[in-house]
Design a protein around this ligand. Structure first.
Ligand code: B1M
Length: 210
């Protein structure tokens, strides 16, 4: 049986090689990729967050843990698919201006790609005007904004406002997410939807285009 605690401890100790080994072992034991993600990797990253907050882990270590998790996501990516592949609708996704967190956003992009959506991932620290020009360029139907910091949540509102000012608001559904974001905040800034995790983000995107 897969020892998720070992995975959590290994992520917290930032040992990428050992962690990818544990993920491969778990897959060889037929552990579902979703369980590895949620019970091992995301649970481990939550502990990293607590340790960061308590001053027990510092930025360089947190970055190493993030890189270790990224390597594991590369392994899990083909296995996190969604059988119910849909239409190839175009999605633009990015982390808003001032924010460098990308693991959760990449997970959302990954799940949406697996669901058959055409995803344009802009990266991190994306200013409102870049979201606007990409929506226009790609003729996107959905835009997803990610923020992990309370201090960058206002950049979500600025991005929504920029989309409204550009005249593209009627063309796109705007979805928001990230640890500090809530449904109430989504409503407040005029987004169409809030998703708490990558799976529900993918489902919501598909519901918007169906
Ligand atoms: Co940062 N960081 N960080 N960090 N970091 C947090 C977010 C924090 C909560 C840690 C803490 O103190 N407990 C805290 C924020 C506090 C706050 O604002 N309330 C924090 C801080 C303070 C900071 C710095 C300011 C630290 C400093 O410099 N003093 C700094 C800011 C840099 C910046 O962005 N300008 C900073 C830097 C970093 C690193 C660069 C070292 C690194 C990021 C590396 C990277 O992403 N490549 C990092 C990390 C790794 C974290 C924690 C530990 C983990 C984040 C993560 O990847 N989680 C985080 C603590 C935590 O969250 N427990 C923390 C795993 C990921 C799968 O979950 O991103 O929540 P998450 O994504 C989920 C959902 O939220 C949702 O789906 C995802 C999958 O289910 N989701 C969406 C996300 N985006 C979505 C978009 C959608 C829908 C759903 O669109 C529709």
């Amino acid at each position: 049986m897969t020892d998720f605690n070992a995975m959590i401890d290994t992520l917290v100790s930032c040992d990428a090689d050992k962690l990818t080994g544990l993920v491969n072992d778990a897959l060889a034991e037929n552990t579902p990729a979703g369980d590895i993600l949620n019970k091992g990797l995301i649970a481990g990253m939550d502990i990293v967050g607590e340790k960061m907050e308590n001053g027990e882990m510092f930025i360089p270590e947190v970055l190493m843990a993030a890189q270790a998790m990224g390597s594991c996501l590369d392994i899990l990516k083909p296995l996190l698919g969604d059988d119910d592949a849909s239409s190839g609708a175009r999605v633009v996704i990015g982390t808003v201006k001032g924010d460098l967190h990308d693991i959760g956003k990449n997970l959302v992009a990954m799940m949406m790609e697996s669901a058959g959506l055409e995803v344009h991932n802009l990266g991190v620290d994306i200013p409102p005007e870049d979201f606007v020009s990409e929506i226009e360029k790609k003729d996107a139907q959905i835009v997803c904004l990610s923020a992990l910091l309370t201090t960058t949540m206002p950049a979500m509102k600025q991005t929504v406002d920029a989309i409204v000012e550009s005249g593209l608001r009627d063309q796109v559904k705007i979805m928001v997410g990230g640890a500090p974001v809530t449904q109430a905040f989504a409503d407040e800034i005029g987004a169409d939807g809030f998703a708490a995790d990558a799976g529900s983000a993918s489902k919501m995107a598909k519901s918007f285009i169906s």
